[in-house]
Write a protein that binds this ligand. Structure first.
Ligand SMILES: Nc1ncnc2c1ncn2[C@@H]1O[C@H](COP(=O)(O)OP(=O)(O)O)[C@@H](O)[C@H]1O
Ligand SMILES: [Mg+2]
Length: 263
């Protein structure tokens, strides 16, 4: 006997411009994250979120609202006081030592100003390193193209220690653009860039998401935030609002509301 045709189901909700469906297993999951540095006020308090493959999410909020701490906890560089982080289904707390390092190397790309480059290697070697470690080195011309994209043409032979903090972060951007890790965390990736380079970097991050990577970017540039599929607004270490494909004005209003200090 032929099977009954399945009942017609309504089209699933589509989150964001990339068409990522909420029922897909998210790549980055945080459950009730808290981080207390013992300063009297927690940096993070009860943050839960899920970001799918192919999604480009921006995190905004007033200075000190916990954006960087959230990114460090999500990427395993900071251990949360409470809660859990899962990357591609793996609880980061279940990994230790070299296993943790290997997992991060294989799954996560960082664009952080102060956690970046190997000083003994040249800029070019730093950019090509993830691909080399993964066993398929990329040609020098591809590395130089990535450096040109972030406005560092001609600096491939330099030592990272001779670069400014902003330039070092651009090396880190070139590195993730080339390596295309499954998950990219970027803290203010356009902060040290001129408008044209910033625009190119945002377009590249968008492209990475379009190729199925998960991109989570902290930014205080509200225009930049509108390039994301979804914008999370942090306030006092907690999620204050979530905006899907918002306008710059909507992001501005949400951040302004988050900046109003409690009486
Ligand atoms: N290593 C640390 N030790 C103590 N306090 C910290 C540390 N890192 C961040 N904080 C505090 O946590 C809060 C959130 O900081 P941060 O995540 O850097 O905010 P944002 O990136 O939104 O500006 C701030 O009050 C900050 O002073
Ligand atoms: Mg910060």
């Amino acid at each position: 006997m032929p099977a009954e045709p399945p009942p017609s189901t309504p089209a699933p909700l589509v989150a964001g411009r990339t068409g990522v469906r909420p029922e897909e297993e998210p790549t980055v999951v945080a459950v009730d994250l808290g981080k207390d540095f013992g300063t009297g006020r927690p940096a993070l308090a009860g943050v839960s979120l899920a970001v799918a493959a192919g999604e480009f999410v921006a995190v905004v909020g007033p200075s000190g609202s916990g954006k960087s701490t959230l990114l460090y906890c999500l990427s395993g560089l900071e251990v949360p006081t409470t809660g859990r982080v899962l990357i591609a289904g793996t609880d980061l707390a279940s990994l230790r030592g070299t296993r943790a390092a290997r997992f991060r190397r294989e799954h996560i790309g960082f664009v952080f100003q102060s956690y970046n480059l190997l000083p003994a290697l040249s800029v070019r070697e730093n950019v090509g390193l993830p691909a080399r470690l993964a066993g398929h080195p990329v040609p020098r011309s591809a590395v130089d193209d990535a450096l040109e994209l972030v406005g560092l043409a001609g600096l491939g032979g330099a030592s990272p220690s001779t670069l400014s903090g902003g330039q070092q972060q651009r090396v880190a951007i070139a590195r993730v653009l080339l390596a295309e890790p499954p998950v990219v965390f970027a803290d203010e990736p356009t902060g040290a860039l001129d408008a044209v380079s910033g625009d190119r970097v945002l377009a590249e991050l968008r492209t990475l998401a379009g190729r199925g990577r998960t991109v989570v970017m902290v930014t205080h540039d509200l225009e930049a935030a509108t390039r994301a599929d979804r914008v999370l607004v942090l306030r006092d270490g907690a999620l204050h609002a979530e905006l899907v494909a918002p306008t710059a004005q909507a992001v501005f209003d949400a951040v302004a509301a988050a900046a109003v200090t409690r009486a």
